[in-house]
Design a protein around this ligand. Structure first.
Ligand code: NAD
Length: 459
């Protein structure tokens, strides 16, 4: 099956089907049509997989996927044009240009947490949009952990786009392993660092380039010099309003000062209660945990008494509904799993420092995060944060929204990934930048040619 898919896509690419800009535009327009006509089905699938509220699906997946297509449709004509660059004196007379060439046949393996778009997260459709805009044939392997969305992709895409060049292969480890055995011209993988290593090893066999969109612990520094109510609303919606914390750029933990922590905790309690009511487990606005394996993984993070004792708000769970309430913890020991592994769920630990400036060193003592956030009105602290915290991306005075700007690249660094996409960066991610130099027959320099006589060497 995997070999057959790869063969068919390669034949379509070799026949030049995906190259014309008109073909690319037609596929992107078809995707927009699919999103518009099937919005209800998409939202229902996301609800089936994650009990995701419709508004969240619309804001974070449906509208962003559409915006991504529209952005690519608008930009593609200029992105595909050869970019003229200055000619060098050493090559005079000549013209030079950079031609964006499709890579060929690409594989997109996606994660389950934002199965449709990416908004937040770019998992499935967004890289496919980039691959199409750049003129590639593409196969999408959605995550088996979001089965309703995965099968919706498998059903809908062939109804709307050119199935000889754009395919969906469903499945889990076995099917992905079979796909990874094929030769691809790029593999775009979203998921965990552990599986990324498997992907990279498979890619190395064929010398295939990879883009790896991974996760990690995204820190949020909260200074006392802030509009606290606005800051907490933004943190809360970025944590629990994004799949109930199951998002790669959701705030993972907060760092604040010891002195400011009580006020911050009070504000968090008030905001959570306003958003999700007194019994968040019954709130239709809170997504559930994706499956019982992840539910058990999450609840085990707080089983240890030295962690459980640190819960200052929330902590309720409902195994039947797979729901966990927004939960805030204060001063969790740093050697516990909650503070060493990516949480990817509704727990929000707060750690404290004496002076807020110390938080930068704390973040830098860990692996480079996918996103880092800071809330402060202090310009110097903002500048220090931007200059001294290495991260995939960062945001001052908000969380997660940086990925909604298609003019910014989205991607990780170090353990949080490699390569970036969104907007034109997606196009570039799936293009080869071919250097083209065109010379005339004039401008001959005799020194260039042997014999290298003493006379010539004097020049
Ligand atoms: P995962 O790595 O378990 O699975 C991702 C994909 O890999 C799935 O399609 C799955 O079928 C496949 N897969 C799983 N095991 C495999 C194996 N042994 N061999 C080959 N393929 C295999 O990740 P996940 O649980 O779906 O996603 C969660 C992780 O993804 C988190 O760390 C999160 O932060 C990260 N994430 C990152 C981004 C981003 O844009 N950077 C977006 C979403 C999620």
């Amino acid at each position: 099956m995997a070999a057959e898919v790869a063969r068919e896509l390669r034949a379509s690419f070799a026949a030049g089907r995906t190259r014309p800009v008109e073909w690319r535009a037609a596929q992107l327009r078809a995707l927009v049509k699919m999103i518009e006509e099937k919005e209800g089905d998409i939202s229902a699938a996301l609800h089936a997989d994650l009990a995701k509220p419709h508004m969240e699906s619309y804001l974070h997946e449906i509208s962003l996927a559409k915006a991504s297509c529209t952005f690519a449709l608008k930009g593609m004509k200029s992105w595909t044009k050869p970019e003229k660059v200055p000619a060098a004196i050493t090559t005079f007379p000549s013209t030079a240009q950079i031609v964006s060439e499709p890579l060929g046949v690409v594989l997109v393996i996606s994660a389950w947490n934002y199965p449709f778009c990416k908004s937040m997260i770019h998992c499935s459709i967004d890289p496919v949009i980039g691959a199409i805009a750049a003129g590639n044939a593409v196969v999408l392997k959605p995550s088996e952990i979001a089965p309703a969305t995965s099968s919706l992709f498998a059903k809908l895409l062939p109804e709307y786009v050119d199935n000889s060049c754009i395919k969906v292969v469903e499945g889990g480890v076995e099917e992905t392993t079979a796909l990874l055995e094929q030769k691809w011209d790029k593999i775009f993988y979203t998921g965990s660092g552990t599986v990324a290593r498997v992907v990279m090893a498979a890619a190395a066999k064929h010398l295939t380039p990879v883009a790896l969109e991974l996760g990690g612990k995204c820190p949020v520094i909260v200074d006392s010099n802030v509009d606290l109510h606005v800051a907490i609303k933004r943190i809360a919606v970025g944590k629990w309003g994004c799949n109930n914390g199951q998002a790669c750029i959701a705030p993972d933990y907060i760092i604040t000062t010891k002195a400011f922590a009580p006020e911050l905790v009070d504000s968090l309690k008030r905001v959570i209660e306003r958003f999700y009511g007194e019994d968040p487990l019954q709130s239709a606005d809170l997504s559930r945990i994706v499956n019982s394996k992840h539910f058990n993984r999450l609840t085990s993070l707080v089983e240890d008494k030295k962690v459980a004792d640190k819960i200052v708000y929330g902590g309720q769970t409902d195994e039947k509904q797979l729901k966990i309430a927004p939960t805030v913890l204060l001063d969790v020991p740093l050697d516990t799993a909650l503070m060493t592994a990516e949480i990817f769920g509704p727990y929000l630990p707060i750690i404290t420092v004496e002076k807020i400036e110390e938080s930068i060193d704390f973040i830098n003592s860990k692996t480079k995060p996918l996103a880092a956030y800071l809330f402060t009105k202090n310009k110097k602290l903002q500048d220090d944060f931007v200059a001294n915290v290495p991260a995939g991306g960062m945001l001052v005075n908000d969380v997660a929204l940086h990925l909604a700007n298609p003019h910014l690249p989205f991607g990780g660094v170090g353990e949080s990934g490699m390569g970036s996409y969104h907007g034109k960066f997606s196009f570039d991610c799936f293009s080869h930048k071919k250097a083209v130099l065109i010379r005339g027959f004039g401008g001959e320099a005799t020194a260039r040619y042997p014999p290298y006589t003493t006379e010539k060497q004097k020049i």
